[in-house]
Design a protein around this ligand. Structure first.
Ligand code: NAG
Ligand code: NAG
Ligand code: NAG
Ligand code: NAG
Ligand code: NAG
Ligand code: NAG
Ligand code: NAG
Ligand code: NAG
Ligand code: NAG
Ligand code: NAG
Ligand code: NAG
Ligand code: NAG
Length: 745
């Protein structure tokens, strides 16, 4: 590889000093009082007091409640004023004898840069009630699970159709008690601030006759001119899907049609998605696994810009349970294809042309809402915390807050034209082939058709997923912005040309960290970059252990040699087409999950015509946007791969960033092309506080209780209160273990 001026620039500059020095010799973990002062990591995070780690890794620019736990994003909608209602399953941190007891609570936003809690802090001296709808009535005695909103529904008011829970626990891995989950209706006369439960029965009281379900929840309401046409319905007809599965048979999405104008009656049509148990659509693991039960499914109609109900390509997103060994057995999936009339019943059924993973990391239970003003479909995924499972619940109490949402993501129909019509494009994966505008087919059929027509390229079609355009404005909140010079490097030149590279050697593999000229001082930033890897490295066994990317946080250079470090990187491994996030943090695996995150990403061989009309071929680059906010990290690559994760760094000064190259030691003498080009590298440090109206004092945020009556310890005994909307907080003696307010005073 030739060395350039830029190359020298990146290599010879000294890394600027980062955050103030830390005391490497002492820890500071006085029990229950102090937030640690970034000294040596504790052997066991549970040695801290409840709530004492509240501010430790807290995000600033993400939706989350002031405290306690947030689960699935749900009941999202946009009101007539264009205001977005962002909400989720909200509950106490769970104690040993406390059942799940989810309610729904949320906030309002117009721009995703600033949210106002629906139940806000006008009277900060009181516990405010963060709940819009809680459990306790005849249709939802134990918990409220996910729902979705018809803006003008029951009595013309905003209407929530949601799952009411009667028995717990509910799991794909346990026998299903019939009647555990029903679909219930509530409406709002205050624009969604509280939901009123009319005195009516559940609108879908049980799964269809003869279905041995693994789950029956998360109703999703939608209108669809395409469905109406296929089913001979009026275009205004509302449909509803319930996420489900048939035991031992496979996951199902169950389709219903509105059967009364007030939305209190729904008719079952048949499954709209039907997959055999444990389906792996792609032989190369590009499509995850459908497992045995679907959750939180959305049905979408998308074009290149976003939503297009009339002509959009058909997509379904879903959480798929049980087909994964890690990540709580969860895959966050999507499918694209074509809904066709099912000849066997009254339903439409999806012809699956491609299956992909919506978020390869912790991101799960993704849900969407429309932006009518711009015809966009905006999705959010939920990430839970990721501590070592044996102490996870205990650590949750030390933090006093759990769960966070991704930034909003724009989902759209993405096509990639000029892709060489070879066996790689013909595989089953997260891509299909476009056979015309907004018309797709299975990749192998599309590639065969192209070849028949003498075409040597195809247009691939897939789900596009990118940060919502509003998020560009995060950059206006940066207090430190810079661009790194373009940088070319290869295995041979790295040692001789770069003076300040830090090498780590492990089992015959060298990891090279080449610090940026500058690094952030905090863990709140965006990094944007382009990386080009050698074409010959893709799917090539000779490149086993060769990878390139960025170090995203690394301990100070002045740290003692024998000291545990924080080290995290994002990298692409061309030999097995895997994008990885490593998270070797000082806290170690006894405290937090340090397993790398991985997602499969295929870089296509794309043809283009140059200025002289000559056809040229090149491998796609990696176009990366990565966002760090506290411990929460999200990366978007080429609008087709998304990974969210938690990186629980420990040291205040482990903020160094740089280029990253990894290679087997044997590669030093080989003639293989190992040249990697890094370009357009920019960093914006600093993010907005998206809850500017909340108190800044952690105590006040922690005190903000969930505010609905807890069920008794036997979760299967119904509650007796008949509250509407948001009942008052339980008396202190009923506060669950883990909300020990005394430790923060
Ligand atoms: C703090 O350091 C002391 C002495 O080094 C050690 O015994 C103790 O376990 C440490 N505390 C934590 C929480 O790691
Ligand atoms: C950490 O402490 C908890 C109790 O608070 C205990 O259950 C767990 O085993 C400890 N973990 C380690 C690695 O010592
Ligand atoms: C921390 O304090 C609690 C309550 O005061 C006590 O039960 C516990 O043993 C203490 N833990 C340590 C590690 O000192
Ligand atoms: C708090 O909510 C009330 C009622 O919804 C609203 O009138 C008020 O403007 C809000 N206050 C703030 C500070 O957002
Ligand atoms: C449902 O499951 C039960 C218990 O496993 C079994 O007896 C019954 O035959 C199943 N019904 C159907 C329709 O598969
Ligand atoms: C599906 O996969 C799970 C997990 O690997 C396994 O336990 C189960 O037996 C499989 N089910 C069927 C019907 O093959
Ligand atoms: C879509 O493509 C298929 C071939 O896969 C073709 O049969 C069909 O007519 C096309 N539909 C439209 C509306 O163009
Ligand atoms: C073949 O290429 C032509 C010209 O680009 C295009 O119009 C046609 O749709 C392609 N056919 C297939 C099957 O890809
Ligand atoms: C930018 O703000 C962060 C706090 O968000 C701070 O840690 C950092 O030092 C600031 N950077 C500069 C260059 O002022
Ligand atoms: C890619 O290879 C690495 C190293 O062998 C391995 O750790 C990782 O699991 C592989 N990725 C996938 C998705 O198989
Ligand atoms: C979690 O911590 C325990 C020790 O408490 C350890 O044995 C186990 O391997 C850790 N789990 C993981 C996945 O590292
Ligand atoms: C690479 O070549 C150098 C000099 O030619 C030799 O000293 C070294 O042992 C070789 N290294 C490997 C890993 O083969």
């Amino acid at each position: 590889m030739h060395s350039t001026l830029a190359f020298t620039g990146a290599c010879l500059s000294a890394a600027l000093a980062v955050a103030s020095p830390v005391d490497y010799s002492s820890n500071n973990t006085s029990n229950g009082t102090a937030v640690p002062n970034f000294s040596l990591p504790p052997q066991n995070l549970t040695s801290y007091g409840n709530n004492s780690l509240f501010t430790q890794w807290r995000t600033k620019a993400r939706f989350r409640p002031s405290s306690n736990h947030i689960g699935d994003p749900t009941a999202f909608w946009q009101d007539e004023q264009g205001v977005f209602h962002v909400s989720g399953l909200y509950s106490y941190l769970r104690g040993p004898n406390i059942s799940i007891t989810s309610s729904i609570g949320g906030a309002l936003t117009s721009d995703f840069l600033s949210y106002v809690d629906v139940h806000n802090y006008t009277n900060a001296s009181l516990f405010e009630n963060g709940v819009s709808i809680g459990p306790g009535n005849k249709n939802d005695p134990l918990a409220v699970f996910d729902g979705s909103v018809i803006p003008k529904g029951y009595k013309g008011m905003p209407t929530l159709i949601y799952t009411g829970v009667h028995y717990l626990p509910i799991s794909w891995s346990k026998p299903y008690i019939r009647g555990s989950e029903v679909q219930a209706l509530a409406y709002s006369s205050d624009n969604g601030a509280t939901w009123i439960k009319p005195d009516i029965d559940a609108v879908i009281p049980s799964p269809p006759e003869g279905f041995n379900v693994t789950g029956f929840r998360d109703p999703w309401v939608f209108q669809s001119p395409q469905f109406s046409k296929l089913l001979n319905d009026t275009p205004e007809t509302w449909y509803l899907s319930v996420s489900s599965g048939i035991r031992q048979v496979g996951p199902r999405l169950l389709l219903y049609r509105q059967n009364s104008s007030d939305f209190t009656s729904w008719e079952f049509l048949g499954p709209s998605v039907s997959t055999p148990v444990n389906t792996t659509f792609s032989a190369g693991n590009f499509s995850g696994n459908d497992g045995s039960n679907y959750e939180t499914s959305n049905t979408l109609f998308l074009d290149e810009e976003g939503e297009n109900l009339e002509n959009g390509v058909n997509f379904v997103t879903m959480g798929a349970e049980s087909g994964r060994k890690t990540h709580s057995f969860h895959y966050s999936l999507w499918k694209m294809g074509k809904f066709v009339r099912n000849p066997l019943n009254e339903s439409v059924i999806l012809e699956d042309h491609a299956t992909g993973v919506l978020d390869w990391g912790l991101g799960y239970a993704c849900t969407t809402m429309p932006d009518y003003k711009t015809n966009r479909r905006l999705g959010f995924c939920w990430s839970n915390d990721d501590y070592n499972a044996t102490i996870s619940e205990q650590v949750g109490y030390r933090i006093g807050s759990g769960g966070v949402y991704s930034i909003p993501r724009e989902l759209y129909y993405k096509d990639i034209s000029g892709v060489v019509a070879d066996d790689l494009a013909a595989e089953n994966g997260y891509w299909s082939v476009a056979t015309g505008h907004l018309n797709t087919t299975l990749a192998k059929d599309g590639v065969a058709m192209a070849k028949e027509h003498g075409n040597d390229t195809v247009t691939l079609a897939t789900l596009g997923c990118k940060p919502a355009r509003e998020i560009l404005a995060f950059r206006k909140h940066a207090n430190h912005t810079w661009t790194e010079s373009d940088f070319d490097v290869d295995v041979k030149s790295i040692k001789s040309n770069c003076s300040n590279v830090e090498f780590t050697q492990k089992e015959g593999v060298t990891q090279a960290f080449i610090p940026f000229k500058q690094s952030p001082h905090s863990r709140r930033w965006e990094l944007q970059a382009t990386v080009q890897i050698p074409a010959s490295s893709l799917r090539n066994e000779e490149y086993e252990d060769f990878a390139a990317g960025f170090t995203i946080l690394h301990s100070s250079a002045s740290a003692p040699a024998n000291y545990s470090v924080d080290d995290a990187a994002m990298l692409y491994r061309p030999s097995n087409e895997t994008f990885m996030i490593t998270r070797d943090v000082a806290l170690g695996s006894d405290n937090v999950n340090t397993d790398p995150e991985m997602g499969k990403l295929r870089l296509w061989n794309v043809s283009s015509t140059d200025a002289h009309g000559k056809q040229t071929y090149s491998i796609q680059s990696l176009n990366i946007r990565a966002f760090m906010d506290g411990s929460f990290f999200e990366v978007y690559v080429n609008d087709v791969l998304t990974i969210s994760t938690q990186i629980y760094y420990w040291y205040k000064d482990s903020t160094r960033m740089g280029f990253y190259l990894q290679f087997p030691d044997t590669m030093k003498n080989s003639t293989l092309d190992t040249g990697v080009k890094f370009s357009n590298v920019s960093v914006w440090e600093g993010v907005p506080n998206v809850f500017p109206k909340r108190p800044t004092n952690p105590q006040e945020l922690i005190d903000n209780g969930v505010g609905f009556v807890q069920p008794p310890n036997n979760p299967n005994v119904p509650l007796t209160y008949d509250g509407v909307g948001a009942p008052p907080l339980p008396p202190p003696e009923n506060l669950p273990y883990g909300i020990d307010l005394s430790t923060v005073e």
